[in-house]
Design a protein around this ligand. Structure first.
Ligand SMILES: Nc1ncnc2c1ncn2[C@@H]1O[C@H](COP(=O)(O)OP(=O)(O)OP(=O)(O)O)[C@@H](O)[C@H]1O
Length: 702
């Protein structure tokens, strides 16, 4: 069914011409056109880069799997033609090894610079001096007066190098290639060598070649997930091969994420990458227990149960434990969890002291800035403390990272080393592009709608454009709509559910997902949205971070986000992996004017980065000049609570009914309830009605 045609029913122009002029449709993220996932592939680098790309493409096996962006992962798996085109496919997909070759210091520097990759050593001054000295011994370090030293580690030029130069497990390399990736994204270029073979990536850097802790800041949708999963998997395999530990399972890596949806997604990606390696990637669930120190090991779960836990390839519709007893999962190598779930297990009452996880060597914080924000901080730090191995390697990942988070991480690493009496591992920061800006390949629109009613009208117009593209930016389904609160998400869904024509699926095409829903309902909605059954998904910030819907064409901030970081993450749900044509629209009303400059600034900065000026820009200079600055206190309040008037009261309501209609409806409801009550009281023989009754429903306060 043609979504565009149905949604534009009743318009004079054809869907093709009236919506976006035909050719633009081909460029939408949902069209699945192959794109270059590298965001910064400027032509200045010219011939060399171009040749690299051609080489990478020539090396690809012919029978690559097709990517169907909306196929649910399990459905895609079950289609033999797509999942395993022929038996020899995996063998054919083996990456072609390239001769091991390291770039010179100058080449490294040039390549990193051309991809806007900046690598900085963030360790203590004494350590910097050490590095400074090592410069004489041909180290690749630039130390400028008071500035932190820049490093130029070996960048990953192609996935083939992972095998040849960095000795990645053949199986993992094949699994990676089988995903259909052709070339590494910038964050993969910068981080994978550092995490897989620091001795090679940082050859010549005294004190760094034994490994570093990493703080990586890279745009949304730039492939951070495999950047941390592949090294984590490979490190487990390498250590076990070296120590001749075959067929064992031990919890060696933990990935902490802020939401269940993101956890399920990472489990799915992990399961693709560990196929055939014997490694188990498991998502933490309520009531699940792990083999941890100071814990009495209970009855082991059956293999069947473990298979289920490890191989679930969905959005998390697993069954909860039925008997209420915790299930001991002894066969876990990599655990993906939200902070509270794991902390609850570590501090559960079954043991007097909190449990520790001494076997964990890799602790990964995905969306680290939110995990270390006051909201999650105690929980995250609790897990960090429980991982007490002296070999622990930490990595922190996000598209946004405030300097307060950097300071917190640095201090924590120092105090951890001191309390365990171990040398502090150097901390390296990797930044792709300009920190804290939105992904450069999307379009931004900031639209003034004056009032709440105006927002509804504007959204209806976007859903069913009736004239030309001048009437609004081309926001095409499937798209996400973000509201400030759960109540508003639910109300907006109620309001819009009849806006999609019945023959197009009607109300089933629109859904609301928020943390107030049970797990199973959340998972079902995720699955349907991925499958293309839901076209408009209304949500809160619960889906703002990390969640990867490859073919989402746009994002609508129905309510302004509470911070610039929230804007970057919400907008980043479109334009994933370098896809062009994504759009982020933000509505604002009179009430938002005191706060909207935060968003306007981040849009302006992102567009400057992307080289968009003048007419192309979503925020004009005059608007930036006209909007009032947002004070520090207001910024804080906005981040914590959003726009106050939208939390409760009449302004918080989303409805197209007038105040008069709503009062009438409310009174009618009240009258029915009152009459029922009176009837019941009469039946009970209490004719006085206890003084309640009609007085309870005095109408709405507007
Ligand atoms: N080298 C690559 N080439 C093409 N696509 C890639 C590559 N690496 C990852 N991807 C795809 O890019 C998409 C985004 O990846 P991922 O979810 O890891 O992004 P992210 O950087 O973690 O984003 P966010 O900051 O929103 O969490 C995924 O669909 C993934 O399959």
């Amino acid at each position: 069914m043609d979504i565009l045609k149905v949604l534009s029913r009743g318009t004079k122009k054809s869907a093709k011409t009236s919506l976006s002029g035909g050719s633009a449709v081909g460029k939408l993220p949902s069209s699945g056109t192959k794109t270059n996932p590298q965001l910064y592939h400027d032509k200045v680098r010219g011939h060399k880069r171009k040749r690299d790309v051609e080489e990478a493409e020539n090396k690809m096996p012919e029978a690559l799997p097709e990517v169907d962006f909306f196929a649910p992962k399990d459905a895609a798996e079950s289609k033999p033609a797509k999942a395993e085109p022929n038996k020899g496919m995996r063998a054919a997909a083996s990456p072609v090894p390239e001769a091991a070759k390291l770039l010179s210091a100058d080449e490294c520097r040039q390549l990193l610079r051309s991809h806007r990759l900046k690598v900085t050593l963030l360790s203590k001054r004494e350590e910097q001096h050490k590095v400074k000295k090592s410069k004489k011994k041909k180290a690749v370090v630039e130390v400028k007066k008071d500035k932190k030293p820049q490093l130029s580690p070996q960048p990953l030029e192609s996935f083939g190098q992972l095998r040849s130069t960095y000795n990645l497990s053949r199986r993992v390399a094949e699994n990676l290639l089988y995903q259909g990736y052709r070339m590494p994204t910038e964050v993969q270029m910068g981080s994978m060598p550092l995490l897989i073979r620091p001795d090679l990536a940082l050859k010549g850097e005294e004190g760094l070649e034994r490994g570093v802790d990493l703080l990586a800041v890279a745009p949304t949708g730039s492939g951070k997930t495999i950047s941390f999963l592949v090294p984590a998997i490979n490190n487990i395999m390498r250590r076990r091969a070296q120590e001749k530990l075959h067929g064992i399972h031990e919890l060696e890596a933990i990935v902490i994420v802020p939401t269940r949806e993101l956890a399920h997604q990472i489990v799915n990606v992990g399961n693709q990458l560990v196929k055939g390696t014997g490694i188990k990637v498991v998502g933490m669930r309520k009531g699940m227990a792990l083999a941890a120190e100071s814990q009495e090991i209970g009855e082991e779960s059956s293999d069947e149960e473990e298979e289920k836990a490890g191989d679930s390839d969905d959005d998390g519709e697993e069954e909860e434990e039925k008997d209420g007893k915790p299930k001991v999962v002894s066969r876990v190598d990599i655990l993906i969890t939200t902070p509270l779930l794991l902390l609850n297990f570590l501090t559960s009452r079954s043991s007097a002291t909190p449990k520790v996880l001494p076997t964990v060597r890799d602790l990964i914080l995905d969306e680290a800035d939110v995990l270390l924000d006051p909201l999650f901080r105690e929980q995250t730090l609790g897990i960090w403390t429980a991982c007490n191995s002296s070999d622990l390697r930490l990595s922190f990942w996000s598209a946004t990272m405030g300097s307060n988070i950097e300071t917190l991480v640095t201090e924590r690493l120092t105090s951890r080393a001191e309390s365990l009496g171990i040398p502090q591992r150097p901390l390296v920061r990797l930044v792709v592009g300009l920190k804290d800006t939105a992904v450069p390949n999307i379009v931004h629109r900031l639209i003034y709608t004056a009032s709440e009613q105006g927002k509804l009208l504007a959204l209806r117009q976007l859903l069913r454009p009736t004239s030309s593209i001048d009437s609004g930016p081309p926001l095409r389904p499937p798209f996400l709509v973000f509201t400030q609160t759960i109540d508003r998400a639910t109300a907006l869904q109620e309001e819009l559910k009849y806006d999609i024509p019945l023959e197009a699926g009607g109300s089933s095409r629109i859904a609301a997902l928020h943390s107030g829903l049970p797990d199973a309902a959340r998972a079902a909605i995720m699955r349907k949205f991925r499958a293309g059954e839901i076209w408009v998904l209304i949500t809160t910030d619960v889906l703002a971070r990390g969640v990867d819907f490859a073919g989402v064409n746009g994002v609508l901030n129905y309510d302004v986000p509470g911070s610039s970081a929230a804007y970057v993450h919400r907008a980043g749900r479109t334009g994933r992996a370098g896809r062009e044509g994504g759009i982020a629209v933000t509505f604002y009303t009179k009430e938002d004017i005191p706060f909207v400059k935060t968003v306007a600034n981040v849009i302006a900065e992102s567009e400057k980065q992307a080289g968009k000026t003048g007419e192309e820009a979503g925020v004009q200079q005059w608007l930036l000049d006209a909007l009032p600055n947002v004070g520090k206190d207001d910024r804080k309040k906005l981040k914590e609570r959003g726009v106050e008037s939208r939390r409760s009261g009449s302004k918080a309501k989303i409805t197209s009914k007038s105040g008069y209609e709503r009062r009438k409806e409310h009174n009618r409801r009240g009258a029915i309830e009152g009459s029922k009550k009176r009837k019941m009281e009469a039946e009970d023989g209490d004719g006085n009605g206890n003084g309640n009754g009609d007085g309870e429903w005095g109408g709405l306060d507007d």
